[in-house]
Design a protein around this ligand. Structure first.
Ligand code: BGC
Length: 506
């Protein structure tokens, strides 16, 4: 080889070495980035852990807060609102009732026909309407729209002059003045209409109905949990509580009046009253809170409130996952260049999170589609898609298990978690745990099988198999609205009988 040839060869070798060095360096960097992503995942998983011992601490904290909220207003973050409902439908109701179910950007109008004694709603018509964004400015605009929609619906169903009992499901915290009226304490779930806080929402609706020439007026104002409890009780007499796990989350249950210290001896016909816990606002240091929960809270208009809801309900789950993915994208670059969309708050809604978790294809093709089409992240390799699934799963797992702990909290408060019979098992007679039904409604439990599976599994873990067998969660489809119509029937018959023990028992 001549001098020149030797020089060329040496040059080539140097270039090859340099390329190889760059490639090695890139690979090392990529591996380090991947390790960072995995470390973030592990950290998140640990932060969200809900082993049975921790769930039991949450159960106990829930019971303590329930007592505090029942003792005085402001005694706890759990509002434990008195619904003034001391009678639930029992099958004596009959006739045609209507309901409006308002709890978010969609609302429903319902016509419910009930036959006495059959404990079966014999006919039901439901319409869903979206609230146009521009009507969210003032309460008058909002209620005018809702009232007009109801008026048109009633006219189509029963004619112009129809005057039927009307249940109004309003799924926000309300201080009840009576069974048919109450004022909004504050908005939740990101919903907000300027001037409504502090107003009597039944009066707002009644005035709007009068303005549009309708004869209908609110007979019963209920929270969606109370509507669901009413429908549950109508079908199953052992129903003691109701839980909503949808866009928001909450629970109500039947409490003995003497246990409600703050009721100061309010008279009831049945000795019991339904308490709307507003458990979305529950807080305890035992809740597994991560830095992502804190970031989520900072983004919301109700900062420092609804902490339990922000870990459990549909509006927030996708957003928690997005915050984790965003941090991974920033610190590990595993999504390549195309991950800008991850900085858009609420872009990953919970239905997408559910679809990601439930993708059982071998190559996670649905995850790929969502990443590509919705989040504009093309070509995420399989191992990255697996990581995304894992994050969504962690978020779902924690949410479902915390909801289960909340349910057991109610059962424990009512002495139906088996601890009473366990305590007495040392004595001669072992008390049999009572059969308990909890009515449940909401898209997460109804439409997201993985969520349901995790929740059911956690109930067994906390309660033990024997006691868990005595507890049945019954899905009440359309519980909030149908139950409100039934409550209107209960209270219209109570009214006709001048307040005396007509329809309904607890
Ligand atoms: C509201 C509750 C409601 C729940 C479920 C929460 O944000 O505060 O009143 O029951 O959502 O809709």
């Amino acid at each position: 080889m001549g001098k020149a040839g030797f020089g060329v060869a040496a040059g080539c070798a140097a270039v090859t070495c340099a390329i190889a060095a760059v490639m090695v360096a890139q690979r090392v960097a990529a591996r380090a980035r991947w390790r960072r992503a995995v470390a973030l995942l592990r950290e998140f998983e640990e932060g969200c852990a809900t082993p049975p011992a921790r769930l039991r601490q949450v159960v106990d904290a829930m019971v303590v807060e329930m007592h505090a909220g029942l003792a005085s207003d402001g005694g706890s973050k759990l509002k434990m609102l008195l619904t003034l409902v001391d009678a639930l439908p029992n099958g004596d109701e009959e006739g045609v009732c209507y309901a409006i179910d308002l709890g978010g950007m969609d609302f429903r109008v319902l016509r419910v026909e009930i036959d006495v004694g059959s404990t079966a709603v014999i006919n039901q018509r439901v319409e869903t309407h979206a609230i146009p964004e521009e009507l969210m400015g003032t309460s008058q605009d909002l209620f005018n729209f809702v009232a007009l929609t109801l008026k048109n619906f009633v006219e189509r169903e029963d004619g112009k002059d129809a005057q039927k009992p009307l249940g109004f499901t309003f799924s926000f915290p309300v201080r009840q003045n009576s069974v048919s009226s109450g004022s909004l304490i504050r908005w939740t779930k990101g919903f907000s209409v300027g001037d409504t806080v502090g107003k009597d929402v039944s009066q707002c609706l009644d005035e709007a109905l009068a303005r549009c020439g309708s004869n209908m007026r609110v007979t019963a104002l209920v929270n969606d949990t109370v509507g669901t409890l009413a429908l549950g009780h109508y079908y199953y007499k052992d129903t003691v509580a109701a839980v909503i796990i949808g866009a928001g989350t909450n629970a109500c249950y039947i409490e003995r009046i003497d246990a409600i210290i703050k009721s100061q001896g309010l008279p009831t016909n049945s000795g019991g009253m339904v308490v709307n816990m507003e458990w979305g606002n529950f807080w305890s240091s035992h809740l597994p809170r991560t830095p992502y929960d804190i970031s989520l809270d900072d983004e919301t208009q109700n900062r420092n409130d609804q902490g339990f809801e922000k870990m459990i309900s549909g509006i927030y789950l996708g957003e928690i996952a997005r915050l984790v993915l965003q941090r991974m994208a920033q610190e590990s670059d595993i999504f390549g260049d195309g991950a800008e969309s991850l900085s858009t708050p609420f872009i990953l809604s919970t239905p997408y999170l559910a679809a990601i978790c439930e993708d059982d294809s071998q190559d996670l093709s649905e995850v790929r589609r969502i990443l590509q089409e919705h989040l504009k992240i093309p070509n995420a390799p399989l191992k990255t898609r697996r990581l995304v699934v894992k994050i969504c799963d962690i978020v779902t797992h924690r949410a479902a298990r915390l909801a289960a702990a909340g349910i057991v909290g109610i059962l424990k408060k009512l002495g139906r978690d088996g601890s009473a019979s366990a305590a007495s098992s040392s004595g001669r007679m072992r008390e049999q745990p009572k059969e308990t039904v909890v009515a449940i409604e909401g898209s997460l439990y109804q439409e997201y099988p993985v969520f349901k599976e995790y929740l059911d599994e956690a109930l067994v873990e906390i309660l033990g198999e024997e006691v868990a067998r005595t507890v049945t969660l019954r899905v009440m489809v359309d519980g909030p609205g149908t139950g409100a119509a039934l409550m209107a029937a209960v209270h219209s018959s109570n009214r006709q009988q001048q307040g005396g023990g007509g329809g309904g028992t607890i």
